[in-house]
Design a protein around this ligand. Structure first.
Ligand code: NAD
Length: 239
């Protein structure tokens, strides 16, 4: 039986590329999403990938959503924590809601998903978590204290959970993408983006498929000895 992978925020951008890459490798994929149901239906029609709606920042919704996936597709073997949002602004203009929403979804989502799935993986003696961090969690970024803190938290969460999973065949790794050509980056003003691209040694934005290939590698059997690691995929933009 093929392994079951949940990709949070798996119907768009980097998440969509991850869902497609895992499906192409023969995994049974559940693409979680939080937005528009019609778009999710269109995604399923186009790709054949089942979609499941819940808010990863809501603990109970994660428990219920993962139970639904397990009932329909089988026990969850792989979790890709990809869902994320930005609420950018300099500190003086960042609201408490901007801070709380980003922490709740970007970092809290990883905790909620682990709470819902780690126990089952432990019982079956095999599991994979791949958490999507960010170069901005490693280096910080102007106007992103909330996002940088949450992403940096993901890198710490990854190292800590890796230690808990190691003796049960569960690996926990992170990917730190640089700037990737998705809707999230399309929201950055053109003049700012030009300056960002000028600092990327490879001289371009990344493609979602380039992040997905890293995720697929970390999910595989051949990556069993890699855990607690962060793979930077950033066109050489090491800070
Ligand atoms: P995107 O905005 O295109 O996609 C984000 C996805 O997360 C969407 O599918 C959205 O529906 C989902 N999502 C948002 N809130 C959710 C919630 N509460 N519950 C469930 N799903 C939710 O962004 P993207 O560029 O594809 O980013 C994907 C991940 O990669 C994010 O974690 C992002 O922080 C990270 N990342 C992106 C870049 C980049 O340059 N694009 C760089 C570094 C890291």
């Amino acid at each position: 039986m093929s392994k079951v992978a949940v990709v949070t925020g798996g119907t768009r951008g980097i998440g969509e590329a991850i869902s497609l890459a895992l499906k192409a490798l023969g995994y049974t994929v559940a693409a979680n999403y939080a937005g528009n149901e019609e778009k999710a239906r269109a995604f399923t029609e186009k790709t054949g990938i089942a979609t499941f709606k819940w808010d990863v920042g809501d603990h109970q919704a994660c428990l219920d959503g993962c139970a639904q996936v397990a009932e329909q597709l089988g026990p969850i073997d792989i979790v890709v924590n990809n869902a994320g949002i930005t609420r950018d602004g300099v500190l003086a203009r960042m609201s408490f809601d901007d801070w709380n929403d980003v922490m709740r979804i970007n970092l809290g989502g990883c905790f909620n998903m682990a709470k819902a799935t780690f126990g089952g993986m432990r019982e079956r003696g095999w599991g994979r978590f791949v958490n999507i961090g960010s170069v901005n969690g490693q280096a910080g970024q102007y106007g992103q204290v909330n996002y940088a803190a949450a992403k940096s938290g993901i890198h710490g969460f990854t190292k800590a959970l890796a230690q808990e999973g190691a003796k049960f065949g569960i690996t926990v790794n992170a990917i730190a993408p640089g700037y990737v050509d998705t809707d999230m980056v399309a929201a950055v003003p053109a003049a700012v983006l030009e300056k960002i691209v000028a600092k990327i040694p490879v001289g371009r934005l990344g493609h979602a498929s380039e992040i997905a290939r890293g995720v697929a590698f970390l999910c595989g059997e051949e990556a069993a000895f890699i855990t607690g690691s962060t793979l930077s995929i950033n066109g050489g933009q090491h800070m």
